[in-house]
Design a protein around this ligand. Structure first.
Ligand code: AMP
Length: 216
């Protein structure tokens, strides 16, 4: 089963995609995570991606398409994949169709997670991420037990450069311009489902499971 989660930054798609992939035994394919890891490691890919990420802009299509193509060729992707943060442009969506076609597979469903811009700003400006393991917290809604310290691994928490308000506004602008058109692209293909993304994480999770037709 191949699923795509689409939603603005801060819609919770990363959190939900990660949990759902664990539950279903699928690969969670987040291009944002792969790019951030490359930045952290200082690889050539990371050096190229850094400036785009920090400014809230999109990394060039050919770079992300290359990453996804390579990742999808691995055997662990055969059972299922949840794409999180990819595709983000029409060119990426068309490339994904071609790559899956070559592999003899197809997208089963695309889930759009709907969240208002006010809620996105509230969530992202308060978000803190563990520098060590990537776990996420929120200063008000989900604070760590000890301020600035990850509950899971004891690593230091930081605010992602692209979670600063100015950059969030740019990411939202890019989302509306480049990514939102994908909703009608997948609607035309008849595989789009919309899910209300506001409310407690657990409730949104139940809605998602229903939307993709998985029994609780
Ligand atoms: P995310 O964690 O999905 O919000 O991604 C963080 C940043 O990584 C984005 O703001 C982009 O700069 C970059 N990025 C992640 N996925 C893509 C993609 N599919 N296309 C272009 N840039 C991406």
């Amino acid at each position: 089963m191949y699923l795509v989660f689409i939603g603005p930054p801060g819609s919770g798609k990363g959190t939900q995609a990660k949990r759902l992939a664990e539950r279903l035994g699928f690969v969670h394919l987040s291009t944002g995570d792969i790019l951030r890891e490359a930045v952290k490691e200082g690889t050539p890919l990371g050096l190229e991606a850094k400036k785009y990420i920090e400014e809230g802009k999109l990394v060039p299509d050919e770079v992300v398409i290359g990453i996804v193509k390579e990742r999808l060729g691995a055997p662990d992707c055969e059972k299922g994949v949840i794409f999180d943060g990819f595709p983000r442009t029409l060119a990426q969506a068309e490339a994904l169709d071609r790559i899956l076609d070559e592999l003899g597979r197809q997208l089963e469903r695309v889930v759009e997670i709907e969240v208002s811009e006010d809620e996105v700003l509230r969530r992202l400006t308060g978000r803190r991420t563990c520098r060590n393991c990537g776990a996420m917290y929120h200063v008000i809604f989900e604070p760590p037990k000890v301020e600035g310290v990850c509950d899971k691994c004891g690593g230091p928490l930081y605010q992602r450069e692209d979670d600063k308000e100015e950059v969030i506004r740019e990411r939202l602008r890019v989302y509306r311009k480049d990514t939102e058109p994908l909703v009608s692209y997948y609607e035309r293909k008849g595989i789009l489902v919309k899910v209300e993304g506001e409310g407690p994480i657990e409730e949104v999770r139940q809605r998602l499971l229903e939307a993709i037709g998985v029994r609780r």
